[in-house]
Design a protein around this ligand. Structure first.
Ligand SMILES: CC(C)(COP(=O)(O)OP(=O)(O)OC[C@H]1O[C@@H](n2cnc3c(N)ncnc32)[C@H](O)[C@@H]1OP(=O)(O)O)[C@@H](O)C(=O)NCCC(=O)NCCS
Length: 139
């Protein structure tokens, strides 16, 4: 059984813990600000936060799937697909017809994931942390 809900302040410790486990550390202030703006969804499995997703709205008109983090023990079990479907419902409810996503070029598994979920590659940018592949998806 899994339950997807909007994150509240009570989920902040679990979200920070996932950040500790999965690569770079996103600042706590940013995570809290995103929770307060209702931009984070969490999935509860076995009374634990199994994943979270965070979207931003760049220029106020273009949704971006900014962060996707699934705890290692829940990876490759269909939760990422569930997460994307959930985000797409949120985006469609706000009347958007397309959104962006991105991943580091070195993250080949995430690239496979984006391809499987029918994102279209739109280009690579040289970011401060390295090369980032951007994608678009029409809803
Ligand atoms: C990348 C990530 C989001 C994928 O989510 P997931 O729940 O593990 O993926 P799913 O189980 O929904 O699988 C979706 C597709 O990914 C691909 N995939 C799944 N397992 C895979 C594996 N072991 N190796 C390669 N591709 C795999 C498949 O194409 C799969 O579709 P299929 O099962 O129908 O063939 C997740 O593993 C994760 O959070 N990783 C760590 C953080 C990260 O890399 N985030 C993304 C940065 S943008």
């Amino acid at each position: 059984m899994s339950k997807i809900i909007q994150a509240t302040k009570e989920h902040l410790p679990s979200i920070l813990q996932i950040n500790e486990i999965i690569d770079y550390k996103n600042p706590e202030e940013f995570m809290l600000e995103s929770i307060l703006a209702w931009r984070i969804s969490v999935c509860i499995v076995e009374e634990q936060v199994a994943w979270y997703s965070l979207y931003q709205n760049i220029w106020g008109n273009t949704p971006l799937l900014a962060l996707v983090k699934i705890l290692p023990k829940y990876q490759w079990r269909g939760f990422g697909t569930q997460l994307v479907k959930n985000l797409e419902e949120i985006i469609k409810d706000k009347w958007y017809t397309k959104y962006l996503s991105s991943t580091e070029v070195t993250n080949t598994l995430s690239q496979k994931f984006h391809q499987k979920l029918e994102f279209t590659k739109i280009g690579i940018l040289d970011m401060p942390h390295g090369k980032e592949m951007f994608y678009i998806k029409e809803l």
